[in-house]
Design a protein around this ligand. Structure first.
Ligand SMILES: Cc1cc2nc3c(=O)[nH]c(=O)nc-3n(C[C@H](O)[C@H](O)[C@H](O)COP(=O)(O)O)c2cc1C
Length: 252
């Protein structure tokens, strides 16, 4: 795991000549170039200790059990920055993030989340939607306890007021996946949740989210409880989900 504030990155990563160069840059080149140089330094430092990309891709998974431990804002900030390295249509960057720590707000939305869970999978459901037992157990636990996650990040996106459609989501979910992968670098876990969407209007009111902004995912965030860990994950093999040249024609 590696995390450095800008100042630490400067201290740890720069020889004295580099520090002098950066100082000169700060006076001569203006904020933009200076900030870019700072970011490069932080990046260099992270790269030295980084989590292996393939390891992360193969073991990132839904984490729903968290320790009762606060998360420094600078780490949350870094995760959101990592999220924003994702692509978006025309680089429009329609994403907005709402960090939620207020317990009363979490409790209120947590109640709506649980209601939604019960309607979809619990006592109020028609039993049509099935989940694998392991997912059922952990998702049900989360539904009862989501307000206990120390931090929530609500990933939202600004839009033009038109009806919600898949193309719109394509400019926010890559950022969400980046966020989830980024969590692993800091020993944190999270899971995409969307059950609150059944109560989108109420949730938006509670969070003062404006009309032309839609919630995309509620991401409960925390350090992993002892009973859970990252992957491996269970997925269908490539040859069962991929065709070549014509739909249904096996890809070998
Ligand atoms: C679009 C979407 C919506 C999801 N909504 C919820 C949710 O509301 N609650 C929840 O506990 N998990 C939710 N999940 C998490 C999935 O259950 C999880 O990604 C899936 O079971 C795979 O988990 P794994 O990566 O640990 O194998 C959602 C995932 C996606 C992609």
């Amino acid at each position: 795991m590696a995390f450095y504030t800008d100042a630490e990155a400067l201290n740890n990563n720069c020889g004295s000549s580099q520090v002098i160069s950066l100082l000169i840059a700060s006076f001569c080149l203006g904020d933009t170039i200076y900030n870019a140089m700072q970011e490069q330094n932080i990046l260099d430092k992270i790269m030295q200790n980084h989590l292996d990309l393939l390891e992360a891709l193969y073991s990132q998974r839904a984490i729903r059990y968290f320790k009762d431990q606060d998360i420094p804002n600078e780490i949350i900030c870094r995760l959101i920055e990592i999220a924003t390295k994702a692509p978006s249509g025309g680089n429009s960057q329609p994403w907005r993030f709402l960090v939620i720590k207020n317990q009363d707000v979490k409790n209120e939305i947590g109640k709506l989340y649980l209601q939604s869970w019960n309607q979809a999978y619990g006592s109020g459901s028609n039993g049509e939607r099935n989940l694998e037992q392991k997912v059922m157990t952990s998702a049900s636990y989360l539904a009862e306890n989501i307000a206990k996650a120390p931090v929530w990040v609500m990933a939202c996106l600004n839009h033009d007021g038109s009806d919600s459609h898949m193309g719109r989501g394509a400019s926010i979910y890559p950022a969400v996946q980046n966020f989830l992968l980024g969590c692993m670098e800091f020993g944190l876990g999270s899971v995409i949740t969307t059950l609150h969407k059944r109560y989108e209007k109420e949730v938006k009111e509670l969070l003062n989210i404006p009309d032309n902004t839609e919630t995309a995912a509620l991401l409960p965030l925390g350090y992993l409880d002892e009973k859970v860990n990252y992957g491996p994950t269970k997925r269908e093999p490539v040859n069962q989900i991929t065709y070549q040249d014509s739909w249904g024609n096996p890809f070998k």
